[in-house]
Design a protein around this ligand. Structure first.
Ligand code: PLP
Length: 415
């Protein structure tokens, strides 16, 4: 959609639903899903990593576009179910799974509606799962075993912000090759848990493909090694991480996908994975999302830096305060009227409304603004609504969907 058109839509949404508000452009979800499908076509399994945006309406629209769901807790699992996904389209992974999460996965399997798989983070977690699964009788008396992937820490140097480099050896995520091999070996045949393969995730917002290629190569080699002695150990999930940025500045999913074919060719045909999966979050939703805010104050004190305070900040979009992320901000109105392309711009620091001085959204070129003017914060569809908090007693913004026919629907009320 052209910039002027989306600006008009955002103003319309703000007048109708108030600010701050999140808006998701459904056509934007569709084009990202299509680009992902072209890069990783069937039979690749493509799941949306719900942590990027846990609004059921967003998960549901992506599900309609063929995306399954990858969740990290019962809460996200419930959001995926509320979006209409059945358990066989949901995978559960993540370092924070507690005993209740493991019990819920075992119960679903015992009830005949298993998750597609659960990815295990550590040998201790696997032992706990085996104990719970054994008590529930999984793998006995006609009850199928619970299928798991084991998470490999690929020990690479991801080309991203250190806060997003989860595939580094020093990170808390996943197992070393030795731990992983031992964990799989501890699973007897016919037990309550069946190892189906390897899961890995290199990091988020990857600026280059090199660490990803190294990690996938390691995952494939380990899968082949273990699979040689273990029937059905045949699945590799390569995680997410595809970045979002101005065209030409970051590698597209197709660029990552190009690395796969030579890696597979290097393996004997009978040692290649039978199932391959990818689970991006950000790439599918970031650019389809906007955060619309109103100006609360303008501090214009001569020599001092101009400061604009909005009614949205770290409570609605924590990424700038958390790791210095920069989101483009544009004015939708200037002194109460539509912005004229020729109007003079000033550099202003844009801050949020929360009682923390780290609540800032960086510096931007903006026209003259006054209280009540509207601004749009771009690329706010990922790790914004799902990371929101209620600090300062703030209410969760409404979630508005821009339908492909141009209409606006309210997917979630102001909380
Ligand atoms: C295991 C795993 N998979 C997928 C993702 C999604 O990452 P992204 O949003 O960068 O695609 C994450 C993000 O932290 C993750 O930890």
């Amino acid at each position: 959609m052209a910039a002027a058109d989306i600006d008009r839509v955002l103003v319309r949404a703000a007048r109708r639903f108030g600010t701050p508000l999140h808006l998701t452009d459904v056509a934007g979800l569709a084009s990202a899903a299509e680009e992902l499908r072209e890069a990783f076509p069937d039979p690749w399994l493509r799941a949306f990593s719900v942590k990027a945006n846990d609004v059921p309406a967003v998960i549901g629209r992506l599900a309609d576009l063929g995306l399954d769901a990858n969740v990290v807790s019962r809460g996200e699992w419930a959001a995926a179910r509320a979006a209409g996904l059945t358990n066989d389209r949901i995978t559960l992974e993540g370092i924070g799974k507690d005993a209740g999460d493991l019990r819920a996965a075992v119960r679903a399997a015992a009830d005949g509606a298993p998750l597609r798989w659960l990815a295990v983070e550590s040998p201790e977690e696997l032992d706990a799962l085996v104990a719970i699964g054994g008590r529930a009788g999984l793998g006995r008396g006609g009850r199928p075993a619970l299928e798991v992937l084991v998470r490999l820490n690929p020990d690479v140097a991801p080309e991203t912000h250190s806060g997003l480099a989860v595939g580094a050896g020093s990170s808390k995520f996943g197992m070393t090759e030795t731990e992983l091999t031992g964990a799989v070996a501890s699973l007897g045949e016919g037990g309550p848990v069946r190892a189906r393969g390897i899961h890995l995730h290199v990091g988020s917002q990857l600026g280059a493909v090199d660490a990803w290629r190294d990690a996938v190569r390691r995952g494939l080699a380990l899968l082949a090694l273990i699979g040689a002695g273990r029937e059905g150990f045949d699945t590799l999930d390569v995680g997410g991480g595809f970045p979002v940025g101005a065209p030409g500045t970051v590698p597209a999913p197709a660029r990552f996908a190009r690395e796969i074919a030579p890696l597979l060719r290097a393996l004997p045909a009978d040692r290649r994975p039978r199932r391959l999966a990818v689970e991006p979050g950000r790439f599918l939703v970031a650019r389809a999302g906007w955060l619309v805010a109103s100006v609360l104050h303008v501090r214009d004190r001569g020599a001092a830096e101009r400061v604009v305070v909005l009614d949205a900040g770290m409570t609605e979009l924590i990424r700038p305060a958390l790791y210095g992320a920069h989101h483009r901000i544009t004015a939708l109105t200037s002194l109460g009227v539509a912005v004229d392309a020729t109007s003079v711009r000033f550099t202003a620091r844009v801050d949020g409304p929360v009682c923390e001085s780290t609540d800032t959204l960086d510096r931007h070129e903006l026209p003259a603004l006054r209280r009540g003017d509207l601004v749009a914060i771009a690329d706010a569809g990922a790790y914004a609504a799902s990371m929101a908090m209620t600090y300062n007693g703030r209410r969760r913004p409404p979630q508005v969907m821009l339908e492909p026919d141009g209409s606006l629907t309210l997917a979630r009320r102001r909380g």
